[in-house]
Design a protein around this ligand. Structure first.
Ligand code: PEP
Ligand code: MG
Length: 904
C-alpha cells in the first residue's frame, strides 16, 4: 500500500481525481504540477494514514511511513537543491492538513519547520535579511509550541504564553508593533520562548529537523480529532472516516521583504457570482497575516482596488500611494497569476479559490480549490458556465448545494424602510443577506441569548474558529477587523449567513460590552441591522421584505423540472401558504393539517363545545357550526391548487390540545357553555393523558367519534363540488392519520365513503376523490400489504414514524439529542435527517409491500424530512411519486429530487 505521494517540477504521483486519498489540497497540488504551474515541491501523506493513526496511534504509524517519508524528503531535496537538517543549506518545510472537504482554519498547520540555531544563521546569510530569518524562527518556535507541544491555551480567556512574553518584551522596549522589534529583540524572544517550552514540557525544544517533522505530522493528524474540527464536521455532515491528509511542502516566503507578498484570489466573485477575477494580498507577509485580519489587505486588480477605495472613502491619490493593487505594485506576477487563474478555472470548470506567495519577485501557487460561495453566486456561476458551454445541464444541477438555495428565498430589507434607516457604520459586504438582531459581544452570549429565542447580531473585533457556535446561531456577524478573506467572511459565506466585516471605524469594547458607531454608544441588547450585500450597518431593527427571485433561479428550477422523476408537493394549511408554495413550484398539497384551522378566529369555541359535549347530539350540534368554516377553508385551498392534488388529513392531535388549562380561561369557557367551572375542569382532567403522543389521537379519534370524520368529509366534498362548479379542477385526497391496522383504515374509509355518497346524492353531482393513509406507525409499514388493499395512497409521516421507531418522544427528545450529538451517540438529529439505516427500512418496506398489493399505489412523504436534501434523495430513489415539505423548502426539495434522478 502506497502511503506517500510526491509532487514537484511539473511531475506528480497523484492527480485531481485522487481527492479522497490525497485530500482536496493534496490532489490539487499534484494537478497544478501536472499543469506546469509553479508549485513548491513536496509530498502528501494519504487520508488512509489518518485513519490508521486514529486507530493505532503515532508510534505504529511513524514506523509504517518512515521509509516513504524519508524518500519523499530526499525527492524534495533534489528538486530544491537544499538539504533537510543541514545547517549549511537547510531545506525548510510547511506541514498542513488537507481533508477531502475543505474545513477552513479547523485543523493545525506548522510553518518554517526545520529551523534551529544553526539553520537560522544560514537562512539569514542566504536571504541577506537576518531580521526575516529570526522573525521566521521565533514564529516557528511559537507555532510549534502552540500546535505540537500543546501550549496553545484551551480557553479563550487564557493568554497564549508566547503572546504574553511578546507583550512583555515590547513593553520593556516601549514599542507597539511586532515590526518594531530588531534582530536582537527577536533573538532574545527565541531564547525566552524556548525557556517557556522547557518550563512547560520539561524538555528542551527539539533541534532536530526530523524530530520536528514527525511532531508536525502527528499534530496535524491529532487535529483531525480536535473539538473545533469535530464540531465543523458535524455541522457540515463530513464523516469522521474521511480523515485528513498531511501535505509537506518546501517553504516559500512572502515575508522576505518588499519584493515578496502573499495573498488569496478568486476567479469569480464569491458573493455575487459575477465573472470578475478578484483577491487580496499583503506585501512582506505570511499567509496567516491575510486571514487573521490584523493588517488591511490590498486588492489584486486595479479595478477592485478602486472600488474598494471608493467604499472606504479613500482618494485615488492615497490609494495609489498606500494601497496599490498587485497589478500596480508587481505587474509581472499579477499577470502570471491572472493567467493561471484562468487556466485553473478552465480546467476545473468551476470558480477557483487560490492561495499564492511571491518570494523575491517569483510567483508560487500554494493551493487551489473550488471556491466557497453564497447561494446566489452558486446559482449564477453554474448558469453562466452552462451558457458558456463549459458544463452541461446535469452538471449544472449537480453543482447546486440544495440547502443553499435557502439564502435566495429569505427576506431582504424592506426597501422603503431601508430608505428611512440610519447608516451608523460601513464595513465590507462579506456575506450577503439581511439581518436584524440584538447586539452580543461573544459567541457564548450569542448561544445563551438564542436559546432564549432572541435574535442576535454577534459583534466582534475579529472572529476565530472558536466563535463558530456563536456565529451559527446569530442572525448576522459584524466585525471591526478583517477583509473579505478574513475568518469571519469566509465562514459566514460558507454558512450563508449575513456578515459585515472590517468595519474599521466602529469601536468595540468587550469589557464594557459596548460598541461605538456613528457617534452613538450601543450596549449589549441594543438592536442593529446589517446589510451583508452592501456592508452597511443600520441603527435599530429594519424590517425585512420577501426576496425577488431572479432569472437564474427560475432557470435552475426549470432544469430541476426537466430532470426530476419525483414531484414536490407542499405542507400547507392556508390558501396563503399554498399560493407561496405554488410560486416556488409546488405541484399539489401533500399535507393539509386540518387542526391548524381549528385555532383561527371563533372556531376554537365551536371546537371546545364539541369536546365538552356529553353525548353525540351535543357533538353534532357543535360540529354543524364548524362545517361551514372548514368548507370555506378547503375551498380557498382547492382554488390555490387549481389543477393539482390536495391531500387533506383528518383531525390528528389529542383533544386536550384544544381545551384551556388555566382556571381563568376555563371559567370563561364555563360561562359561554352554560356549565359550571367544576364540570369544565372535570372534562379537561378526563382528557389528560400520560403519553398523549401515543394516546387518543389520529384515527383513534375518528373511530371513537365518527361524527368528526363525517363532518370533515362533508366539508371536503362540499368544498370540492362548489369549486368544481366554478370551473376549478379539484383532486381531493382524504388522508387518515395514525393508522396501524387494516381494521382501522377500513373503519374510517367506510365512514368517508358513506358520507361522500350522501353528499353526492343530496347535490345530484359527484367528484372523484381518493382515500389514503399516513404510514407513521411502525405496524402500518409492517402490514402495508394489507393496508394497501383499502388505501389509494400512502404518505409517510416520518415525524411520528421516527418517534415510534426510536422510541424518542418528539417533544422531549431535544433535551437529550443535543447531548447525544455532542458525544457522538448520533450523527444527526433523526427528526431532521431521515435515519435511512433504521426508519428508512420501514419506509422501504412500506413502499415495497404497498406496491406489491397495489402496483399503482401513489406514495409520498410528508414528514419534515420531505424538505431535507439527503432524505429527499432517499425517497426519490425508493421511487416515491412525491415528497412534500413546507413552502420555503420546495425549491430545495425540487433540486434535491432532480439530483437524485441524475445520480441514479
Ligand atoms: C408526521 O408524523 O410525519 C406528520 C407529517 O404528521 P404530524 O407531524 O402532524 O404528526
Ligand atoms: Mg404524524
Amino acid at each position: 500500500m502506497k502511503r506517500v505521494y510526491t509532487f514537484g517540477d511539473g511531475k506528480a504521483e497523484g492527480n485531481a481525481e485522487m481527492r479522497n486519498l490525497l485530500g482536496g489540497k493534496g490532489a490539487n497540488l499534484a494537478e497544478m504540477n501536472l499543469l506546469g504551474m509553479p508549485v513548491p515541491p513536496g509530498f502528501t501523506i494519504t487520508t488512509e494514514v489518518c485513519n490508521e493513526y486514529t486507530l493505532n496511534g503515532s508510534e505504529s504509524v511513524v514506523k509504517l511511513i518512515q521509509e516513504e517519508v524519508e524518500a519523499a524528503i530526499a525527492h524534495v531535496e533534489t528538486l530544491t537543491g537544499k538539504k533537510f537538517n543541514d545547517p549549511a543549506n537547510p531545506l525548510l518545510v510547511s506541514v498542513r492538513s488537507g481533508a477531502r472537504a475543505s474545513m477552513p482554519g479547523m485543523m493545525d498547520t506548522v510553518l518554517n519547520l526545520g529551523m534551529n540555531d544553526a539553520t537560522v544563521a544560514s537562512l539569514a546569510e542566504k536571504s541577506g535579511n537576518p531580521r526575516f530569518a529570526w522573525d521566521s524562527y521565533r514564529r516557528f518556535v511559537q507555532m510549534y509550541g502552540d500546535v505540537v507541544l500543546g501550549m496553545k491555551p484551551k480557553s479563550k480567556a487564557d493568554i497564549d504564553p508566547f503572546e504574553e512574553i511578546m507583550d512583555k518584551v515590547k513593553a520593556e522596549k516601549g514599542v507597539k508593533l511586532d515590526t518594531e522589534l530588531d534582530v536582537e529583540d527577536l533573538q532574545n524572544l527565541v531564547k525566552l520562548f524556548k525557556a517557556a517550552v522547557k518550563d512547560f514540557t520539561g524538555k528542551d525544544f527539539p533541534d532536530s529537523a526530523w524530530e520536528q517533522l514527525w511532531g508536525g505530522i502527528c499534530a496535524v493528524f491529532d487535529s483531525w480529532m480536535n473539538e473545533r474540527a469535530i464540531l465543523y464536521r458535524r455541522m457540515n455532515q463530513i464523516p469522521e472516516e474521511w480523515g485528513t491528509a498531511v501535505n509537506v511542502q518546501a517553504m516559500v516566503y512572502g515575508n522576505m521583504g518588499d519584493n515578496s507578498a502573499t495573498g488569496v484570489a478568486f476567479s469569480r466573485d464569491a458573493a455575487t457570482g459575477e465573472n470578475i477575477f478578484n483577491g487580496e494580498y499583503l506585501i512582506n507577509a505570511q499567509g496567516e497575516d491575510v486571514v487573521a485580519g490584523i493588517r488591511t489587505p490590498q486588492q489584486i486588480t486595479v479595478e477592485g482596488s478602486r472600488r474598494w477605495a471608493a467604499l472606504q472613502g479613500i482618494t485615488e491619490e492615497e490609494r495609489v500611494e498606500k494601497y496599490p493593487s498587485l497589478e500596480e505594485s508587481m505587474p509581472v506576477c499579477a499577470a502570471e497569476l491572472i493567467a493561471i487563474a484562468n487556466r485553473l478555472e478552465n480546467y476545473y470548470k468551476d470558480m477557483q479559490d487560490m492561495e499564492f506567495t511571491i518570494q523575491d519577485g517569483k510567483l508560487w501557487m500554494l493551493q487551489t480549490r473550488n471556491g466557497k460561495r453564497t447561494g446566489a453566486a452558486m446559482v449564477k456561476i453554474a448558469m453562466d458556465l452552462l451558457r458558456a458551454g463549459e458544463i452541461d445541464e446535469k452538471t449544472t444541477l449537480l453543482r447546486m448545494e440544495p440547502q443553499k438555495l435557502d439564502e435566495l428565498l429569505h427576506p431582504v430589507f424592506d426597501k422603503a424602510a431601508l430608505k428611512r434607516a440610519n447608516v451608523v457604520a460601513k464595513g465590507l459586504p462579506a456575506s450577503p443577506g439581511a439581518a436584524a438582531g440584538q447586539i452580543v459581544f461573544s459567541a457564548e452570549e450569542a448561544e445563551a441569548w438564542s436559546e432564549k429565542k432572541k435574535k442576535v447580531v454577534l459583534v466582534r473585533i475579529e472572529t476565530s474558529p472558536e466563535d463558530l457556535r456563536g456565529m451559527a446561531v446569530a442572525q448576522g456577524i459584524l466585525t471591526m477587523r478583517g477583509g473579505m478573506t478574513s475568518h469571519a467572511a469566509v465562514v459566514a459565506r460558507g454558512m450563508g449567513k449575513c456578515c459585515v466585516s472590517g468595519a474599521g471605524e466602529i469601536k468595540v469594547d468587550y469589557k464594557a460590552k459596548t460598541v461605538e458607531m456613528g457617534g452613538k454608544v450601543y450596549n449589549e441588547g441594543d438592536w442593529i441591522s446589517l446589510n451583508g450585500s452592501t456592508g452597511e450597518v443600520y441603527d435599530g431593527q429594519v424590517p425585512t421584505a420577501e426576496p425577488e427571485l431572479g432569472g437564474d433561479f427560475g432557470a435552475i428550477m426549470n432544469l430541476a423540472a426537466k430532470y426530476t422523476k419525483t414531484l414536490v408537493r407542499t405542507n400547507a394549511d392556508t390558501p396563503r401558504d399554498a399560493k407561496q408554495a405554488r410560486h416556488f413550484g409546488a405541484q399539489g398539497i401533500g399535507l393539509c393539517r386540518t387542526e391548524h384551522m381549528f385555532f383561527e378566529g371563533d372556531r376554537i369555541k365551536a371546537v371546545r363545545e364539541m369536546i365538552l359535549a356529553s353525548d353525540v347530539e351535543g357533538r353534532r350540534h357543535a360540529l354543524d357550526k364548524l362545517l361551514p368554516m372548514q368548507r370555506s377553508d378547503f375551498e380557498g385551498i382547492f382554488e390555490a391548487m387549481d389543477g393539482f392534488g390536495v391531500t387533506i388529513r383528518l383531525l390528528d392531535p389529542p383533544l386536550h390540545e384544544f381545551v384551556p388549562h388555566q382556571t381563568a380561561t376555563q371559567k370563561e369557557l364555563a360561562n359561554e357553555m352554560g356549565l359550571t367551572l367544576e364540570e369544565v375542569k372535570a372534562k379537561v382532567d378526563s382528557l389528560e393523558e400520560f403519553n398523549p403522543m401515543l394516546g387518543h389521537r389520529g384515527c383513534r379519534l375518528g373511530i371513537t367519534y365518527p361524527e368528526i370524520t363525517e363532518m370533515q368529509t362533508r366539508a371536503i366534498i362540499e368544498a370540492a363540488l362548489n369549486m368544481k362548479a366554478r370551473g376549478i379542477k379539484v383532486f381531493p385526497e382524504i388522508m387518515i392519520p395514525l393508522v396501524g391496522t387494516l381494521k382501522e383504515i377500513q373503519n374510517q374509509a367506510d365512514v368517508i365513503n358513506i358520507t361522500a355518497s350522501k353528499v353526492f346524492e343530496e347535490r345530484g353531482e359527484s367528484v372523484a376523490y381518493k382515500v389514503g393513509t399516513m404510514i407513521e406507525v411502525p405496524r402500518a409499514a409492517l402490514t402495508a400489504d394489507q393496508i394497501a388493499t383499502v388505501a389509494d395512497f400512502f404518505s409517510f409521516g416520518t415525524n411520528d414514524l421516527t418517534q415510534m421507531t426510536f422510541g424518542y418522544s418528539r417533544d422531549d427528545a431535544p433535551k437529550f439529542l443535543k447531548f447525544y450529538k455532542e458525544h457522538g451517540i448520533i450523527k444527526t438529529d433523526p427528526f431532521e435527517v431521515l435515519d435511512q439505516e433504521g426508519v428508512g427500512q420501514l419506509v422501504r418496506m412500506g413502499v415495497e409491500k404497498g406496491r406489491a398489493t397495489k402496483p399503482e399505489l401513489k406514495v409520498g412523504i410528508c414528514g419534515e424530512h420531505g424538505g431535507e436534501p439527503s432524505s429527499v434523495k432517499f425517497c426519490a430513489k425508493l421511487g416515491m411519486n412525491y415528497v412534500s415539505c413546507s413552502p420555503y423548502r420546495v425549491p430545495i426539495a425540487r433540486v434535491a429530487a432532480a439530483q437524485a434522478a441524475i445520480e441514479d
